[in-house]
Design a protein around this ligand. Structure first.
Ligand SMILES: Nc1ncnc2c1ncn2[C@@H]1O[C@H](COP(=O)(O)OP(=O)(O)OP(=O)(O)O)[C@@H](O)[C@H]1O
Length: 260
């Protein structure tokens, strides 16, 4: 198994978009306690596309939810840029998620009664921020949405809905975008489109993207794949291909089945 890079405590925060330090998450207590994360430390570099992979139950969603401020860890800390999430009030956490983080979920999570454009600008409207029109136009053009802006979600294909969700995540120029199985509900063509958009947002816009995925072909779009097993980071891969990811996953699945 190849060594994975431990976080460098001296690395400047400009280079690190999000950081987990010795993150532990327990569910339940006593004999029924489950350790979902057993002391995870990881740095997510700015301007990089990272995929989190691992067998079912390995802690991927828990890690992403803690990093994104959607869940709180039992111990350890999470930083978004320089901000330590530990100790933030609910109000501060809501503001941080709204102003500094973009989300793309498996289920698209669009508001059915709003048009595509209204969905895209909704988080900015709620925050009372005006969209940067030049930026928004370049995102809408890049995502091929300019002729779909007046459509409601029910009038769009799954792939188009997820492109709207990507535009919504990008509209506010967040520090980091988290995707929880963003292609889990899409066919392979639409998956490829959405992943190309996330890839382009990193290459062309300097965005930082982190996704959880089960799909080695999706992970192959990333710069780096971080592998979890049993609530620990056990491996990582740079410049992954679908084949190299699949190989590593086979090793982890074998390891899990030996344990269970
Ligand atoms: N709300 C909860 N209550 C109790 N246990 C939980 C809860 N959420 C997750 N777990 C447990 O924590 C562990 C990690 O779960 P998590 O959902 O993070 O894994 P995952 O790698 O994302 O799984 P999958 O690939 O199946 O979505 C699992 O053993 C799971 O059963």
């Amino acid at each position: 198994m190849s060594a994975h890079a431990a976080p460098d405590p001296t690395s400047p925060s400009e280079a690190v978009a999000a950081r987990a330090v010795n993150l532990t998450k327990m569910y339940g207590s006593g004999e029924t306690a489950v350790t979902a994360l057993g002391g995870v430390s990881v740095d997510l570099a700015r301007g990089e596309f990272t995929a989190i992979m691992g067998p079912s139950g390995s802690g991927k969603s828990t890690l992403m939810h803690c990093l994104a401020g959607l869940d709180t860890a039992t111990s350890g800390s999470v930083l978004i840029g320089d901000t330590d999430l530990t100790g933030l009030s609910d109000k501060q956490m809501t503001a941080l998620r709204r102003d500094r983080i973009g989300f793309v979920f498996q289920a698209f999570n669009l508001v059915p009664t709003l048009t595509a454009l209204e969905n895209i600008t909704l988080p900015l409207d709620i925050a009372g921020r005006a969209a940067d029109q030049l930026w928004l136009n370049s995102v809408l053009t890049r995502l091929g949405l300019t002729d779909r802006l007046e459509h409601r979600p029910s009038e769009l294909s799954g792939g188009q809905q997820q492109r709207v969700a990507c535009a919504r995540a990008l509209a506010g120029q967040p520090e980091i975008i988290f995707g929880d199985e963003p292609t889990g509900n899409l066919d392979s063509h639409s998956s490829g489109e959405v992943l190309s958009i996330l890839r382009a947002s990193v290459d062309e816009f300097g965005q930082t993207v982190v996704i959880v995925t089960h799909d080695p072909r999706a992970a192959a779009y990333a710069d780096r794949v971080v592998f979890l097993a049993d609530g620990q980071i056990v491996d990582e891969l740079r410049e992954p291909t679908a084949d190299t990811v699949l190989d590593r996953m086979k090793g982890l699945d074998a390891r899990s089945s030996v344990r269970s």
